[in-house]
Design a protein. Structure first.
Length: 368
């Protein structure tokens, strides 16, 4: 690969989520391959910025919103003329299309979507859904290519936009790294995760939002704990914390469930738990599920659109349960606690989720 190739990346580093970490891993792998990377930062408030290679040129934008940064992006495209512009999330994709038009350049544009759009809009009004779909149908075909983080996401994008198989592809997120696997063996200062703790410990990781459906997980855990005394650790912060605290009290699970807050690089916590549970309504890929499997922890997931079913081979690798069904989730968790898949089976299932594999597929799709 020639060092003259330069990829510009337009993304908002605004939190601790999977998008930021995935892009950090992807960009680090690209520069390791000798490709220049310019990172156009809409927002820059994420711990994942600390993990970026010093070889990545960071360009903070003055206008820290996708809808107002068009002029700056256009100026950059006209001045730098990168080999391609890679853009994450809906508003930034729309901004990049406007910027390219304003700059009067022929820079190839590639959008990345990490959610099942149809599922995410399910609870919106008919007018809101129509507006969102109209924008996608009108503008997304102007992209050179569109990337979904799973086959389900890619299929959803093709259905909405009318774009062809040549224009839309699925590329797995970069998730697993050697450093992650090494850190999984680090000690954790929590009494429930000590080697001599004698009750099963369930864990989940994710923002405390309605989409994660932690309320259903708590109901399921109440059933599990009634049959087999256990503990539940919920790692993450978000707007649903107070609601979940009230539910924990109502279920009389105060000494059984802990809202442990946000934990950066939680792989050692995952590795020391007995079972990882994903209870979401929707997941584009489900990076945390991949991480748990990579460190050898048994998993159970809802069969939500779109990633978990693909990752778990339709339930052959680990159980999938209907979304919102706390009884089915409890039964699956109890079953896995009694007889889990071997760690090597889980590791094989997530083998494709490496930075090297992801970068190779991105470069192939972008013809670089």
């Amino acid at each position: 690969m020639q060092a003259t190739k330069k990829i510009a990346v337009l993304v908002s580093f605004s939190g601790q989520g999977g998008v930021e970490r995935s892009f950090a891993l992807l960009m680090n792998e690209l520069v390791a391959r000798g490709i220049a990377v310019d990172l156009l930062l809409i927002k820059r408030k994420s711990p994942h910025l600390n993990a970026l290679s010093p070889d990545i040129r960071q360009i903070p934008l003055i206008n820290q919103h996708a809808l107002t940064c068009v002029g700056e992006v256009a100026a950059y495209l006209a001045r730098e003329q990168p080999s391609a512009l890679l853009v994450a999330k809906h508003r930034a994709i729309l901004a990049s299309i406007k910027a390219k038009k304003r700059a009067k350049v022929d820079t190839p544009l590639y959008g990345v979507i990490g959610i099942n759009v149809s599922q995410s809009l399910e609870n919106r009004s008919a007018v809101q859904r129509w507006q969102w779909y109209w924008l996608m149908r009108r503008h997304y075909p102007k992209l050179t290519g569109l990337i979904g983080v799973s086959e389900g996401v890619a299929a959803d994008l093709k259905s909405i936009t009318g774009m062809t198989d040549d224009q839309v592809t699925a590329i797995k997120n970069p998730v697993t790294t050697d450093a992650m696997l090494q850190e999984a063996s680090y000690p954790v200062d929590h009494r429930w995760l000590a080697d001599d703790f004698d009750e099963p410990v369930l864990i989940t990781v994710g923002r405390l939002t309605k989409n994660k459906d932690h309320g259903m997980l708590l109901r399921a855990f109440g059933r599990i704990n009634a049959e087999r005394p256990s503990r539940l650790l919920i790692l993450g912060e978000g707007p649903e914390r107070s609601q979940l605290e009230s539910q924990i009290t109502a279920l009389q699970l105060q000494d059984r469930v802990e809202l442990a807050g946000f934990v950066d690089r939680p792989w050692a916590w995952m590795a020391k738990a007995d079972l990882f549970v994903l209870s979401s309504f929707a997941e584009g890929s489900g990076n945390v599920l991949t991480e748990a499997m990579a460190v050898g922890t048994a998993v159970v997931s809802t069969d939500c659109p779109s990633g978990p079913s693909e990752m778990l081979d339709g339930g052959k690798v680990a159980p999938l349960v209907p979304v919102g069904d706390d009884k089915a989730l409890a039964e699956a968790c109890l079953s896995v606690l009694s007889s889990a898949a071997a760690p090597e089976v889980l590791a094989r299932a997530v083998a494709p989720f490496t930075a090297a594999a992801s970068a190779e597929n991105y470069l192939k799709f972008m013809r670089l």
